[in-house]
Design a protein around this ligand. Sequence first.
Ligand code: ATP
Ligand code: LTN
Length: 334
Amino acid sequence: MIKDQKVIFSGIQPSGRITLGNYLGAVKNWAPLQEEGLCLYCVADLHAITVRQNPAELRQRSLTLYAQLLASGIDPEKSILFIQSHVAEHAELAWILNCYTMFGELSRMTQFKDKSAKNADNINCGLFAYPALMAADILLYQTDLVPVGVDQKQHVELTRDIAGRFNGLYSETFTVPEPLMQKSGAKIMSLSDPTKKMSKSDPNPKSYVLLMDSPDEIMRKFKSAVTDSESTVRRGEGRDGIGNLITIYSVAAGKTPEEVEAEFEGRGYGDFKKAVGEATVELLRPVRERTEELLKNKDYLEESYKAGAEKAARLAVRTLDKVKRKVGFAGKIR
Ligand code: ATP
Ligand code: LTN
């Protein structure tokens, strides 16, 4: 594929309702990237079923997530925004890449270890092979950059290894992608246990702020956020809770952590938590309101995800056909 612009790809699973962590670490950064190249973003529903999902909820969450991505500024005229299961080439390339991904490599993935510990009664092959599907997502579009939170870096590195291995065996086929991570906000921690990352599948709702939480809920959750027994608004050893709130405030208010510390010099946790809550409410308000509007317009959503899938498929078949030829599948059907 001859490219005259950078290709940027990322995905997010509809495995729950999205959190402030997902927003700050990933989604918020996706819209500005539209100025840097061709962006493709997908609702990764194939990935979501590696953990058991309720079908009605999954369907609803996928549409809500699609609307949230639109609401966060992704422009379907500029970018390709689609639902992963609508583009069959993802599953097809994933199968082929499974055969170029080693058991040992997949066994070392931190997310697999974490998720198998959490879902001990359902350690299925999909959960294990998840990174090969993610590699397929990325490699199908000859992606240069993959904007993700820190927790996904290992999967992007494995994608690079798979691409390099395939290119080495069959000549240049895939662009080898690079992860793109934010300097700040790449790992937002849980509000109830700041040593763990904020996660939408956490059973404790006080541990996260959701994109769709009401202003009251957001204020309440920050008020009860776990901090420490000191009272200064400063980062430091063993001060994960306050450090996390400083990160959130600095990203939400567009200030550096040093500026935040200076602003709250001599003021207590109560004041600070209120300020973090208010900044978050204002940050999320437009996204929540726009999502609510979009969810009322089912026809527009349907039109938009169908067009997205068509555009994605047109690009995806080009890479897939090339791959099939290289591995030696017979015949030509297109
Ligand atoms: P789950 O709880 O289902 O594992 P998750 O909340 O970890 O999900 P994903 O769908 O796996 O979210 O991730 C979507 C994107 O959000 C990824 O790019 C991921 O790196 C980023 N992300 C997830 N959690 C955080 C967090 N706490 N801080 C910053 N970025 C995050
Ligand atoms: N695995 C990712 C979601 C995801 C993704 C992708 C991210 C699916 N496909 C391709 C970047 C590129 C996650 O769990 N956050």
